[in-house]
Design a protein around this ligand. Structure first.
Ligand code: SAM
Length: 287
């Protein structure tokens, strides 16, 4: 018999209703909430129930399944449930591998061609802007090669923030001072606005890595994908599906960069592991 975790005091949700919710959410996003997340789930669910005026969780779930053809409330729920932690130059060693090894290798292999980089998930935009910044600062090949950078996420609220490009001091604290001074301007309340040129260099769009329909338009499109700090929220089954979807989105010979605790080898034999001076990356073989 499976023992479900106890509800936090005051939430009042029945265990089986929460389990049903978790299953529903997992099927749509690939995200598996552990028992430790129970307070977080209950609090966010309570907020959505109050916002929609539903009398209880069961009625809210019924409305979500049957009265939400446009998916508007599902999107609010996803926005409320995602964990969006990110900052500039996070896991910088991978940016070094990109600027010093991956881009030169790709440019040599596809002379004269445009190279495409995808940050999925991009959260509030720090990752794709970091990619652009690092290439501008460190890869002279940018003078000759056209590079397209796209940021995507399931959460529409963070994408709106990414398009605005205004960041607080904590978010930019890993950036070297001169890089900050060159590419940002001071905004209100001690925040920093990313320069217009850089903002226009990155495009953003909504994508759900766990939805084949959402991933289909991206098939075979990218030379490099950064998929960092998302698979930690997936279970083995959704991770395996994600590995296949990421593989399909790469061009042959393209590279996949994962977060430091997200090894692909356990779940997929699709990729070849490549050791760069600064990082391990995964490569879609030429076939
Ligand atoms: C912790 S952030 C990571 C951001 C960035 N890659 C980094 O490493 O700093 C995780 C992001 O994954 C997004 N996310 C969750 N499930 C997703 C899915 N199925 N498809 C696309 N994005 C998803 C969340 O909205 C959140 O913004």
């Amino acid at each position: 018999m499976t023992h479900l975790p106890a509800a936090p005091p005051g939430s009042g949700f029945a265990e089986e209703d929460v389990a049903r919710f978790q299953d529903f959410f997992y099927r749509r996003t690939g995200i598996q909430f552990g028992a430790a997340k129970r307070y977080f789930i209950d609090r966010r669910l309570m907020e959505r129930i109050q916002a929609t005026g539903a009398p209880d969780l069961r009625a809210y779930m019924m409305a979500l399944r049957h009265d939400d053809p446009e998916g508007a409330e599902l999107q609010h729920l996803i926005n409320a449930m995602t964990v969006n932690e990110t900052y500039f130059y996070r896991e910088e060693y991978q940016l070094r591998a990109l600027s010093h090894e991956l881009m030169p290798a790709l440019a040599a292999r596809r002379p004269g061609q445009r190279l495409r980089i995808w940050s999925l998930p991009c959260s509030t935009g720090e990752e794709p802007y970091s990619i652009a910044l690092h290439l501008i600062e460190n890869w002279p090949g940018l003078e000759e090669v056209e590079v397209e950078i796209t940021g995507s996420d399931i959460d529409t609220r963070v994408l709106a923030q990414a398009r605005r490009g205004v960041y607080d001091a904590r978010s930019v604290q890993n950036l070297p001072g001169p890089v900050l001074q060159r590419h940002f301007e001071p905004a209100d309340d001690g925040r920093w606005r990313i320069g217009a040129g850089l903002r226009e260099a990155v495009s953003f769009g909504t994508v759900n890595l766990s939805d084949p329909g959402s991933m289909r338009p991206h098939r075979g499109r990218y030379d490099v994908i950064f998929c960092r700090n998302l698979l930690i929220y997936f279970d083995d089954a959704s991770r395996r599906e994600a590995a296949e979807a990421l593989y399909d989105s790469l061009r042959p010979g393209g590279f996949l960069c994962l977060g430091h605790s997200e090894s692909m080898s356990r779940m997929s034999s699709l990729f070849t592991v490549r050791k760069c001076a600064d990082a391990m990356v995964h490569q879609r073989p030429d076939r």
